[in-house]
Design a protein. Sequence first.
Length: 347
Amino acid sequence: MTDRPFVLDDLHRVVTPTETAISPDGTVVVFVRSEIVAGKATTSLWAVSRDSQARRLTAGPADSAPRFSPDGTSIAFLRKVGDSAQLHLIPLAGGEAETLTTAASLPLGAGAPVWSPDGNAIAFAAVISRSDSTDPNAPIVTDRLGYKVDGAGWLGTFRRHLHTVDLETKAVRRLTDGDWNADVPSWSPDGTALAFTANLEPDSDLNLTFSAYRILVDDLSVPPQRLGHATGVQGSTLWHPQGDSVVAIGTPEVRVGTADLIRLSVPGPTETPVDVTLTAHLDRNVMPGAPGYPGGTPALSNTRDGNRVLPPRSRMDASVCSRHRNRHLSLPRRQSQRGRLGALRCP
């Protein structure tokens, strides 16, 4: 401790824990440690439990997005290699990280890992180029309004689509394609399908619609199937444990205003799916979270009375609560003055 005033150079001494992942049994937390080393921003993975000091898992210098395997023995994460971030795997006990994806198959890098329920595959959304041209100065031709994004610039032929990697063979498969972007996927409880949100409709650049879809992992001949009727949902989805619906954050239709938590049914052979707004009784905005913004993805939690208050966090991954066993649904709500988060039952 010191009584001297804070100076600009002290910023380089600030160490921040950022992204977190909790083991399935709830005993270990893996987090990303962000700091300045030799004048450069560095991120590495560390592990800590209630009865131990934090220990380093990786040396960095650019590791992020840790996700526990279903059995809790391994962590998949992103490591920047050259100009792109690629998926890696490391045992929780420590050791050398194993490379899962490379620039040979994913020249623009991979996305945050999402483990399959059986732990044999990882799904992710990754940016790909839909053009065969390698000329960086080639003219950009577009017939849609969504040709440019703040923070990314001109999109050109770049689109984000779903992929999987087999952990045994390291084979990477692209599951979707088209002139649209897919968001982070989530596995169905039986591991046969992925749910995701996307601007897949032909006029989505005009009406700004985003809906939820399902794709069968082992039968790509079946086009993505729309889930529910909502056209204003974005971000991650959460499967109901019975596999008959997903939960997403958004609005039933495209509009300006607060968002809700909406349950979207998987279409059956005979019945018409009905959307259920789970947070219609709340006077708060349900926020999906983004860099610099509060909120988070919906997650299942283990509660005794169905109304347990979660610890306050600005962003929360569904993997954070993957250890929980019963079927109450918890959602990060906009923080009140006391910084609390709400929980509610999923009907």
